[in-house]
Design a protein around this ligand. Structure first.
Ligand code: GRF
Length: 205
C-alpha cells in the first residue's frame, strides 16, 4: 500500500460521522488514502448522503432483498470487490459480514467498535459499559474475523465515564476519540502497511 494512495471502501449504516472524518482526512493527498466507494445495508441514511456530497460512488444491499444472508453477503462482496480496495473499513456498519466477504477481504478489513475489546462486544457497547458501571471505556479498531468484534486489535482509545452520563452522552464522547483513532490508524495502514501475526497487529511491512 506504500507509495500510491490506498483505495478504501467504507461500509456504513447510519450517521456516517466516522466516514466523514475519513473523507476529510483523504482530502489531503499526503494522508495516503482515498475513499473510492461507500456501501450501506439500508437506504436514506446520512452516511450515504455524506458520500454523495463528497462525489464518492455508493451502493446499497439490503439483507431483506436477498433469499438468504449468504446471498446478501455475496452481493456485498461483489460490490466491494468492484472498487478493487486495498482496505475495507466498516464504520458503524451494523451487519456481520459472512464467509464470502471474509474469503475475499479477510486481513484487509477493519471495523470500529465503541467499547474497549474484549469487553462489551456487539451492538450495545456504550449501554452495556454504562450498565456494568465501568469507569473507563472507549473504542477499538480491529481486523475483522468470523467472530463478533473479536479480531486482532489495531488500536484502542479510552474515555472516562462521567457519573451523569447517559448512553447517548457517553457514546458521543466515545465517537470523538473513535474518529481520531480511525483517521490515525487508517492513515498509518495506508502509508506504512501493516502485518497481522496471531493476535498482534503492527504497522509497517
Ligand atoms: C460508532 O460509534 C460505531 O463504532 C458504532 O456506531 C457508531 C457509528 O457512528 N458501531 P457514525 O455512523 O460513524 O456516526
Amino acid at each position: 500500500m506504500c507509495g500510491v494512495s490506498a483505495r478504501v471502501v467504507v461500509l456504513v449504516s447510519g450517521a456516517g460521522t466516522n466516514l466523514q472524518a475519513l473523507l476529510d482526512a483523504c482530502a489531503d493527498p499526503s494522508y495516503g488514502a482515498t475513499v473510492v466507494g461507500v456501501g450501506a445495508d439500508r437506504d436514506g441514511i446520512e452516511g450515504l448522503a455524506r458520500a454523495e456530497r463528497a462525489g464518492v460512488p455508493t451502493f446499497v444491499h439490503r439483507v431483506g432483498h436477498y433469499a438468504s444472508r449468504a446471498e446478501w453477503d455475496k452481493a456485498l462482496t461483489a460490490s466491494v470487490g468492484s472498487y478493487e480496495p486495498d482496505l475495507v473499513v466498516l464504520a458503524g456498519f451494523m451487519k456481520l459480514t459472512g464467509e464470502a466477504f471474509l474469503a475475499a477481504f479477510g486481513g484487509q478489513t477493519v471495523n470500529t467498535h465503541p467499547a474497549l475489546s474484549p469487553s462489551f462486544p456487539g451492538m450495545h457497547g456504550p449501554r452495556e459499559a454504562l450498565e456494568y458501571g465501568v469507569k473507563v471505556t472507549g473504542c477499538t479498531l480491529f481486523v475483522v474475523d468470523a467472530g463478533v468484534d473479536s479480531g486482532p486489535i489495531v488500536a484502542q482509545a479510552s474515555v472516562l465515564v462521567a457519573e451523569d452520563d447517559t448512553v447517548d452522552s457517553l457514546h458521543e464522547r466515545i465517537k470523538i476519540v473513535e474518529r481520531a483513532m480511525l483517521v490515525d490508524s487508517v492513515g498509518r495502514m495506508a502509508r506504512e502497511g501493516f502485518t497481522v501475526s496471531g493476535r498482534k497487529v503492527r504497522f509497517g511491512s
